[in-house]
Each structure stands twice: as C-alpha cells, then as structure tokens.
Design a protein around this ligand. Structure first.
Ligand code: ATP
Ligand code: MG
Length: 562
C-alpha cells in the first residue's frame, strides 16, 4: 500500500503522520530533524535515519527537516565531525536549507528551564557520589531510595545550582537531578540527572560553561524549541519517552513533539557503532574513517557507492518496530543495480598474462570501435587500441582445462572482446614452471568478434594492449569481518579478532585501457567481467587514477553459501 503521491511502500510512521494531518494536529505541519552527535563520522545506520527524516519532510507538502548537532558531550566532540556530517548529508542528497542548529545554541535557555524546574520544586542538587547514586537507584526488580539531599529547599537548590554554573564545585561533587519518582518501575524516571559538572572546553562555547545538560533534558527541549512535530528516534529510546514527555509537561514550552521509535539498522559482517568504528580507526585496523571497507558514508562514497543506491537501500529495508539484521548483500545489490544502469563498460586486466599474437604485424595499431554500454547508446563509444602484444587475465588461461572451461588453453580458440578470435599455439614458462607468456595467432577475418564462416567460440575474454595500457593500482575489497555478527554478545572473544585479514587486496600492476588515464576522482566504471570500480579520491594522481572495486558483478558470497 502506498500513501501520499509516492510509489514507496508505506510504514507505521507515515500512517501516524497521515492521521495527524487528517486531525489537523500541529497546525497540519510536518517537521522532523536529524540529530547526530558530532563525535564521529556517520555510518549506514545514520543513513537510514537521514533518509527517514529528510525523506518524510520531502514527501509532505511544506514538510521541513532540521539538521541539529546534539553537542552536549564536549570531551568527544569536534568540528572535524560537524563538517564531515554536513558533507555526508548533502552528498546523500538532502538539504536542511537554513535550518542548521546546535543544541549548544540553547545552553542558556536550557539553564533557564532547569531553574524553572528548581523553582517549581521539580529538581534538586544532589551531593551523592556516582557510586552512591547507583546504589540508591535500585534495580529492575527493586525500587530505588530517595537521596538524603532530595528535600533541600528551593532557595538552597537555586544557590547551589548557581554555584555549579560558576564553577565552584569540582567534577562529580554534585549534580542537578529531576525530582520524579525513585520507585518508578521505569528506571529512567528515578530522578534522572539534568546537569553535570564538566570542566572541559566545548568546541563551540569554549570555556563559557562548566556544567553541561544531559541528553534526555536537552533533546526534548531542542525539539520543542524548533517546533518539531515528529521526533523520530531508534528503539533504545522507547523507555526514555516518559521522561521526554515529563520534561515538556513541566516546562512552559509552546510545542510538545511526539517521539516515535523505530528499529535501528544492523548490517551483518560489519559494526555500526561509532565507538567501535572509532576504535578501528585509532588502533589502525583501517586507514581512517574514509577507508573504503568502513560502513561509514564517507567510506562507502570512496568505495564507489552512489547516493541513489544508499537511498534505495534505506527505502527497501523499510521502517519497522522490530530489530533485525540486514544482509550486507542487500546493500550490495542496490549498488549493483544502480551502477549497471549508470556506468560505462571498460576493459582492464588485474592479473596480467602476456600474449604475443605471432601473425599480427609488428608495429601496427588498430583502433577498434567499442560502445561504452551494451544497451544505452547515449553513453557513446571509444576507440580501443589493438596491437601485437596484449595482456589477458591469468585466470582466463588453463594449461589443462576441463571441458567446460571456455577460455584459453593450448590449441583453444576464444574471442577477444570487440576484437578478434585468437588461438593459443604455444605456452611459455619460466624456470620455476610458471606460465609467463602465451603465443597465439589471430584470424584477421574475425574483426569485431564474428567469423564469416559462422564458426562459434564459446568464450569471450577481456584484454589490454601492452603499448597503450595504463599501468596502475587497483584495490579489491572483501568484507571487513569474517563473522556475520562480530559485535554480538554471544561472542566471548574480542570483536576485533573477527576482522578479515584479507579484506584488502592490492593489485599494483593492473593494466587498464588507455581511455581511463583521464578518469577523475569518484568516477565510476564497470570493468567488464570484473565488477564496478571507482577512482580513489585520495591516492589518485593526474593521469594515474587508482581504482577501488565497489562491488563484484555478482554476489559471490550467495553462490558460496549454496
Ligand atoms: P552510535 O550507536 O553509532 O554511536 P548514536 O545513536 O549514538 O550512534 P547519534 O549521532 O546520536 O549516534 O545518531 C543520530 C541519529 O541517528 C539518532 O537519531 C539515532 O537514533 C540515529 N541512528 C544511529 N544509529 C542508527 C542505526 N543503526 N539505525 C538507524 N538510526 C540510527
Ligand atoms: Mg546518540
């Protein structure tokens, strides 16, 4: 079923919004936000949230979506991350227009609201230490106990909170707590912290503050101040919703957004926790946040994923209330489908094997017409140089081939893509017995790949002319982890022990067709028979692009599992 005027399948959040619009709730506005914490780079899980929040805003007439940095943890946050996050959201194809906000913009207002709670007898300064607070909190089965500081007078609390702000207490000496219910069955309601002392610089407010508001307090108020109508978040916040509502019910805010939870995206063979991704970077398991093996937006971008394919993936997996793990093959299929339509086909050899065509003239070069796409003429064509010495893929030759091997073997004939039929006449080996060269003959009558006498060959292989080839580095990637759930709690071992040692393979003497010398950073191609490749944006040089394999042509893992 489909709502609105899109063809997308519907989900429960669209249903809620449709009902709200029908009932005229929120003056019939739809206003969402994407609220990242700037303590790392965005990953594929965030893409789901971005596509949902910005997608909803785009779908509804007049809908808006804010980008808001939830920057209340100064220790871990940095402008490197705020810049990267903005670039990622834009690259994914979304626009917050003039609505870029920071929770830190509201620090003064948040402070005022905390004072309001104190004045209303709904917040107090507590001097229990962290360990005592834990003890007093109780457990899931036992109620908590009131702190001995819980009944301080409003005046005393105001004075202490003013001192907290002035920096007169040390970190951990005291904190401001909401006064709710220490016996609540929901532990989040047992007098949660509102402000804690942190004597650290904030990347935006500098040393103005030595107290910082907690997430639960900040988030609902930020939503309310921005006039958010539907505050979409992941399921782990479900138990925090009563607190979200409690704060807004106590305070004189004009809007009371509705928090709606959905299941987070989990992808197998990788990790999607910023803390773990950060560890991979800082411990040197990968080359950085933008390592093409990382499930980060910037890593996937460098690997060659398109924004369209990521958006398509996020739509296909849907929005539900139950946690599931999506097979990374689904993501790979989305990118394959997109690249199949949009990339030019070119020839390149990753593991070159030399072929000398004995009956071809010594100094001749022929330029053969080759279309860039088999069924999209608008992509045009290029001229491929053909000459006496070419290279083919080592895998396309077997000295003692089985019957069903339709490629090169002694005495066997194959078609060279866009060129001629060749027949292998002689195999040349080095002293160690490795095949280092093939001597072949070509049939001049088969130019373009067909024999006038109607004789057929079953195999067509790719090739590159030696004299014209671009010699460069090509990188092949495999899954970052060997285990489908590297961070699962069932594993006793350290999650990093499941890293795949073969996740990166460099081919430093790949030979590619000469048209690729001009390929620009992030340009994408299909190397025929080998997969989709993208020009690396970091390590490429002028006339020497380095290529990253985005994905193979077919899902080799699915085949293996069969
Ligand atoms: P992480 O667990 O990776 O540290 P986070 O939730 O702490 O992620 P935030 O920067 O707070 O990271 O996330 C911004 C938004 O993205 C939040 O609304 C969060 O719910 C959402 N989000 C984060 N991870 C996922 C995920 N795996 N699937 C869907 N949404 C996610
Ligand atoms: Mg978070």
């Amino acid at each position: 079923m489909s709502d609105n005027n899109t063809n997308e399948p519907s989900h429960f959040i669209r249903h809620i919004i449709n009902a709200d619009l029908e009932n005229g709730k929120n003056e019939s506005r739809v206003h969402t936000r994407f609220p990242p914490e700037p303590n790392g780079y965005l990953h594929i899980g965030h893409a789901k949230s971005i596509c949902l929040n910005f997608g909803i805003a785009n779908e509804y007439q007049g809908g808006l979506c804010n980008l808001r940095f939830d920057d209340t943890n100064p220790e871990k946050e940095d402008t490197e991350y705020t810049d990267a996050i903005q670039a990622d959201v834009k690259w994914l194809g979304f626009d917050w227009e003039d609505r870029l906000f920071y929770a830190s913009d509201y620090f003064e207002q948040l402070y005022e609201y905390a004072v309001t709670l104190i004045k209303d007898g709904k917040a107090y300064v507590d001097h229990l230490n962290a360990e005592q607070i834990r003890e007093y909190r109780g457990t899931l089965t036992e109620p908590g106990k009131d702190s001995p500081y819980r009944d301080r007078s409003v005046e005393e609390n105001l004075e202490l909170f003013t001192k907290m702000r002035a920096g007169e207490f040390e970190e951990g000496e005291c904190l401001l707590r909401a006064k709710i219910d220490m016996a609540s069955p929901n532990i989040n309601m047992r007098d949660p912290a509102i402000y804690r002392i942190r004597k650290v610089e904030h990347h935006r407010t500098g040393d103005t503050w030595s107290i910082y508001p907690m997430y639960d307090f900040t988030h609902c108020i930020s939503d309310a101040l921005e006039g958010i109508t539907h505050s979409l978040c992941t399921l782990e916040f479900e138990d925090h919703r009563p607190l979200y509502d409690w704060f807004l019910d106590q305070l004189p805010v004009e809007h009371h957004p509705q928090q709606i939870e959905f299941a987070r995206l989990n992808l197998n063979y990788t990790v999607t926790s910023k803390r773990k991704l950060n560890e991979l970077v800082t411990k040197g398991y990968v080359e950085g946040w933008d390592d093409p093996r990382m499930p980060t937006i910037i890593g996937m971008r460098r690997r060659g994923f398109t924004p369209e394919s990521i958006r398509d993936f996020c739509e296909r997996i849907g929005i539900t209330k139950s946690d599931t793990t999506i097979d990374v093959g689904v993501l790979e299929n989305c990118v394959r489908e997109d690249l199949d339509k949009t990339t030019r086909r070119v020839l390149g050899v990753l593991n070159p094997l030399k072929v000398v065509i004995e009956n071809y003239p010594e100094d001749e070069t022929e330029w053969l017409d080759a279309p860039y796409h088999p069924n999209d003429e608008s992509m045009g064509s290029r001229q491929l140089p053909f000459s006496k010495v070419i290279y083919v893929e080592q895998d396309d030759f077997m000295e003692d081939p089985p019957k069903k091997f339709f490629r090169l073997g002694p005495g066997r004939e194959v078609r060279l893509r866009y060129a001629y039929f060749i027949t292998c006449q002689e195999v040349i080996k080095n002293e160690a017995g490795d095949v280092i060269e093939l001597r072949c003959t070509y049939d001049p009558e088969t130019k373009g790949g067909n024999a006038p006498d109607g004789r057929k060959v079953k195999g067509t292989i790719h090739w590159v002319s030696e004299a014209h080839a671009l010699k460069t580095e090509v990188r092949l990637y495999d899954r970052l982890f060997n285990d489908p759930k590297p961070d699962s709690k069932q594993h006793e071992a350290d999650w990093t022990s499941f890293l795949n040692p073969d996740s990166l393979e460099r081919r430093d003497s790949a030979l590619l067709e000469p048209s690729l010398k001009d390929a620009k950073a992030e340009e994408r191609f299909q190397f025929e028979r080998l997969g989709y490749f993208c020009v690396d944006s970091k390590d490429s040089e002028d006339n020497k692009p380095v290529f990253n394999r985005t994905v193979t042509l077919r899902d080799s893992w699915a085949k293996m599992n069969k």
